[in-house]
Every structure is written in structure tokens, then in C-alpha cells.
Design a protein around this ligand. Structure first.
Ligand code: NI
Length: 162
């Protein structure tokens, strides 16, 4: 395994659409292993291949506190969502920036594993946000595109009863 450099905002590649993975070979496994190491080293909860300069539909993530929920998503697609949440989000490609976004509260994703088998994953809370955030990366979308800038909207929705 080796770490790779994380592409930062301002690089046009972050705005490009990633292509589906067709070959589940050693080259893909090397990419996945490198992405895993890069994400953990950067203390991230998720990383998309485009963030290491590879325009393929590949995501790694681990939203657990103790780094025990590592997942690899290849060619992921959101198949179902429930509810909504407005929470803070950041991105390894936008160091030091964060903002509130509107995301579904629960997300189900269909994706292939490193051998090409299709699996379904369910995420709630942070994991649901992470699924959406990383899949957005594959389509050239950054969290700042979805940021809620109207403070009154945030307070009205999440500050009820306070
Ligand atoms: Ni990101």
C-alpha cells in the first residue's frame, strides 16, 4: 500500500464525471488499498477516487469512531432515501472548510465490491451523509454546491423547541 496525494479544490478534475469500473483486477485493488491508507492517514471518513486523481467510480469510507466500519463501494448508486437531515459537512479536498447541507436521513446504496459482486448498504446519520457526499464526488459535485447559506432556514428546521 502507498498513500496518494489528495487533490484540492481549484483543480478541474474535481468537477469531472467519473467513469464506471469495468475491470475488477489487481490495478483496482491497488487503487482501493492506496485510497484506504490515504483516507485513514488524512483522518477522513470517506474518499472518492477522483480525489486522488483517478476518474473511476470508486469510493472508500469508514464513518465509525473506532475505524471498524471500512467499506469499499464500486459503481455505487443510491437506490432509496428516507427523511432529511441538516448537518455540518467537510471535505478532504477543501481543507478547513465546512458548511451545513441538506441530505437524506437514511440512504440505501447499491454497489459492487472489489470482486464485482453487488451488495446493498444502509447508512443513517453521518454514514448517510457520507454516502451522498462521496457519490456526489463521482459526478463532479462538491458539498459547497449543496450548502445551505440561508441561516434562517437552518434555524427553522433544526432549532425547533430551543
Ligand atoms: Ni469530499
Amino acid at each position: 500500500m502507498a498513500t496518494r496525494n489528495i487533490v484540492k479544490v481549484g483543480d478541474d478534475i474535481l468537477r469531472k464525471k467519473s467513469r464506471p469500473v469495468e475491470k475488477f483486477d489487481k490495478r483496482l485493488w491497488q487503487l482501493l488499498d492506496d485510497m484506504k491508507e490515504t483516507m485513514y492517514l488524512a483522518n477522513g471518513v470517506g474518499l472518492a477516487a477522483v480525489q486522488v486523481g483517478v476518474l473511476r467510480r470508486v469510493v472508500v469510507l469508514d464513518c465509525s469512531q473506532d475505524r471498524s466500519d471500512y467499506l469499499e463501494l464500486i459503481n455505487p448508486e443510491i437506490i432509496d432515501t428516507e427523511g432529511e437531515q441538516r448537518e455540518q459537512e467537510g471535505c478532504l479536498s477543501l481543507p478547513g472548510e465546512c458548511g451545513i447541507t441538506l441530505r437524506p436521513a437514511v440512504v440505501r446504496v447499491k454497489a459492487q465490491d472489489r470482486d464485482g459482486n453487488w451488495c446493498v448498504y444502509k447508512g443513517e446519520g453521518l454514514k448517510a451523509r457520507c454516502f451522498c457526499h462521496e457519490i456526489d464526488h463521482l459526478d463532479g459535485i462538491l458539498f459547497t454546491d449543496r450548502e445551505i447559506k440561508d441561516v434562517s432556514e437552518i434555524q427553522n428546521e433544526t432549532g425547533s423547541g430551543q
